[in-house]
Write a protein that binds this ligand. Sequence first.
Ligand code: WT7
Length: 632
Amino acid sequence: MTYKINSLEEYHQVYKQSVEKPEEFWKEQAETFEWIQPFSKVLNWDFEKPEVKWFEDGVLNITQNCLDRHVLTQGDQTAILWEPNDPNQKAQHYSYTQLLEAVCQCANGLKDRGIKKGDRVILYMPMVPALAVAVLACARIGAIHSVVFAGFSAQALCDRVDDAQASMIICSDVNHRGAKVIAVKEVVDRAMDLGCNSVETVLVYKNSTQEVNWSDDVDVWWHDIVEGQSKTCTAEPMNAEDMLFILYTSGSTGKPKGVVHTCGGYMVYTCYSFKNVFQYRPGDVYWCTADIGWITGHSYILYGPLLAGATTMMFEGVPSFPDAGRFWAICEKHKVNQFYTAPTAIRALMANGDAWPAKYDLSNLKVLGSVGEPINAEAWHWYDKHVGKGQAPIVDTWWQTETGGILISPLPGITDTKPTFASYPMPGVQAVLVDSDGNELTENNVEGLLCIKYPWPSMIRTTYGDHERCRNVYFSVFKGKYFTGDGARRDEDGRIRVIGRVDDVINVSGHRMGTAEVENAINEHPNVIESAVVGYPHAIKGQGIYAYIISAGMSLNEAFKKEIISTVVREIGPIAKPDKIQFVEGLPKTRSGKIMRRILRKIAAGDGENLGDISTLLNPEVVQSVKEGALV
Ligand code: WT7
């Protein structure tokens, strides 16, 4: 339900109740959904194990709540409004009825190919309605979807397929992004050559007239098995704690991990947070510009809005095509009311000048959202002034793949906004700051590490296939708390400003990357002996990728840099390309042989004069030469 609160004072009251009686609070939220079998228990939890169970004896199907429920009351209303990459192609409207029918047809097609409850299905698709249909079709039959952002390389795709032991990949023949046509099926073919032994079917959605290589053993056309299927399909009864999806995300060590979300809690929280953060009203057009390959797209293009019965827009293209006015042209064309994007996009559009948003009618915008990284004051003010015209509150929403939904955000019209502050925790979310020993900092005007000390329904349940990793990364750093990996400060009124990661995770254009992951990719180049990757402040991307490399006898020229970049593109994808590469003779290390990233971060940020005490290093002498060669 949407809160009928309209003042900060009332927010505090509701918040207090939600903390004092959390089970009652969430029970009330959960009861607004359709359950195939109602739950009798609200919560069971133990952060030591960790084990968290919400509504555990409840049985439901999330698609019944996203679709069937709304078909009864507003079947003709647009569920998905699709804006194609090519502005000359027509937008498409899928009503709730049409979407349900399409989902059922796809679900029946998947069943015909042997997909059943619990099977993993990888989706590697462009932002076309078929992607939404395929995600929901998996959920319809209880298959676990794992969407892989279509910008990842064949190797990265293969790693995820293998980790999930997926039995199917759903992809397109090609993707259209701006002026580019990307041969996606070819990437899948290469991934299949690299591994993917668990895959029995590659289901290909035809998105062009181009020919593709075909292997009759595994490849199947979408139109051959989906079209012509029955338009009804019984929703599989799912236990609230059955897995809904896996989404891979980067950590500070090793390969990306599969964050697991479950059916009941995720449903309750994404709907609750969507309604309250965006203050969606019937008839509004809501647009989140993310890709469904990231959690933002899962929770706030698909599930949250559809659960709330909203009209949610899906955009196939990019903000710069055909020109830097595209976002605003779309807002005008579809009379967008809520607009949700990332600071990196705002900064890039800001750099193109104020004239672009000024050309379009943006008067329908009521709420502006920001997500993915800290929004700097300049971008905040530009967004407010030139896009919102001072009339649309900015919700700076803090959350993570692991949290499933927005945990900290202003509530428009209810709580105030303050530039660069994500503000207050949502009612029901017990966010705290702790010092490095884990002591809770209860005062205001403090800086600390951001933790959550009580479960919320859409929290991570495990990392797929490796529960120990989940415990180590999130629950063992501070006893009894979920640790976010972020540092934050709280102002004198209790508003939270998230500063950024305190671990070896960097945030490049809102994309999360492990520095270790980028290093591993660079090290695949046969002439690289060792590398160290850090983030550095970047005017548009938020953070850029700075790589220090020790090479084995290659001439240190641009050609070698290009090879390193293509190695990274091959191993991970273009989003992980280093922005700067510095060849070094040595890397500063501790006596135990660990790379001192603190020093490298400072040098990359142009702050090499303030390194503090370096005398305890194993090799203090390398620091000077690293500083001298710095690319700042
Ligand atoms: C990390 C999570 C959540 C959807 C997109 C990113 C950073 C996210 C904010 C914000 C400051 C933010 C954090 C977080 N982050 N939103 N509003 N202000 N930082 O999801 O890829 O899982 O990354 O993004 O550092 O830990 P993700």
